[in-house]
Design a protein around this ligand. Structure first.
Ligand code: E4P
Length: 299
């Protein structure tokens, strides 16, 4: 699995690059804002982006800001023409659907992906929250789709009435297996109390329970990646998955088990992937047991 770092912070990118395991970078307008605020004007934004592109010999995603298809294409072409010559690694991030309200066009993103892909500009389709969106993006020719794991877990928890901060901190793993066990327990009780015929479609409470703790059948962010991987493999699409909005190292492991081609990971979560209590404990014991005679053989 390729590892991208999910940040626009130059120090983080440079350090991750020095580890020798970095394959790319993803940015978005919020990450650029955070990085620029932290850098306190050390570089112009243009130079900052150039430095990122030079630091990493792998795809660097830069996102458009417009919401209408032609405007997105114009911005994408401007970004690509301005920056791709630096290191040949610019990928344009296009939201799968730019509609912010009910009556807005839901296909502006897909249309932009199609136009850009046909003209040879690689697209990372972002803000993917459901498998059908990934299917549409793949059909339009996206090189990458980015399902947002953490935000789907947040959404499911919101629907369950849990509040981030009050009920769970940002880096908390969402135990969808536990949610499923609870749902199944209550479903079985209802079925045995009322009989199977009565509960299917005729009983609102059961149907509410059926929808509890999932998003149209997707039980977690990891499940979203699993579903998209199946769909893309079924039809041999070349589109690669970038598992995004990652909050924990456990999510990264599960995405690797599923076979997601790439995970874009916050800097601190990449560090978390390397840490285990027993490794540190073992290291300490080895360090204490080194005898001088052995040490002298290594000089
Ligand atoms: C990366 O491509 C995404 O923009 C990013 O992973 C979003 O992460 P967040 O949900 O933590 O903001």
């Amino acid at each position: 699995m390729d590892i991208f770092v999910d940040t626009a912070d130059l120090d983080e990118i440079k350090e991750a690059e020095s580890w020798g395991i970095l394959n790319g970078v993803t940015t978005n307008p919020s990450l650029i804002k955070k990085a620029v605020d932290n850098a306190e004007g050390e570089l112009s934004l243009e130079d900052h982006i150039i430095e990122i592109l030079r630091t990493v010999d792998g795809p660097v995603s830069l996102e458009v800001t417009e919401i209408e298809h032609e405007n997105m294409v114009n911005e994408a072409e401007t970004l690509y023409d301005r920056f791709d010559d630096i290191n040949g690694n610019v990928v344009i991030k296009i939201p799968v659907n730019t509609a912010m309200g009910k009556d807005e066009d839901n296909f502006e993103g897909v249309k932009a992906i199609k136009t850009l892909s046909e003209s040879g500009i690689p697209v990372n389709c972002t803000l993917v929250m459901k498998p059908n969106q990934a299917l549409m993006a793949a059909k339009a020719g996206a090189e990458y789709v980015s399902p947002f794991l953490g935000r789907i877990d947040d959404y499911i928890r919101d629907q369950m009435g849990l509040t981030r901060g009050d009920d769970y901190p940002k880096g908390t793993y969402y135990p969808s297996e536990l949610t499923e066990m609870i749902r199944n327990f209550h479903m079985r009780r209802r079925i045995s109390e009322q009989g199977p015929e009565q509960v299917v479609y005729k009983d609102k409470e059961t149907m509410d329970l059926f929808a509890w703790g999932n998003d149209d059948g997707i039980v977690s962010g990891v499940d979203l990646v699993w579903s998209i991987k199946n769909i893309l493999d079924n039809y041999s699409y070349k589109t690669e998955i970038i598992a995004a909005s990652i909050r924990t190292a456990r999510q990264v492991r599960q995405c690797a088990e599923i076979g997601a081609e790439i995970a874009t990971i916050p800097f601190d979560v990449i560090e978390e992937m390397m840490v285990h209590y027993k490794t540190s404990e073992g290291m300490k014991a080895f360090d204490e047991d080194v005898i001088p005679e052995y040490k002298s053989l290594l000089k």
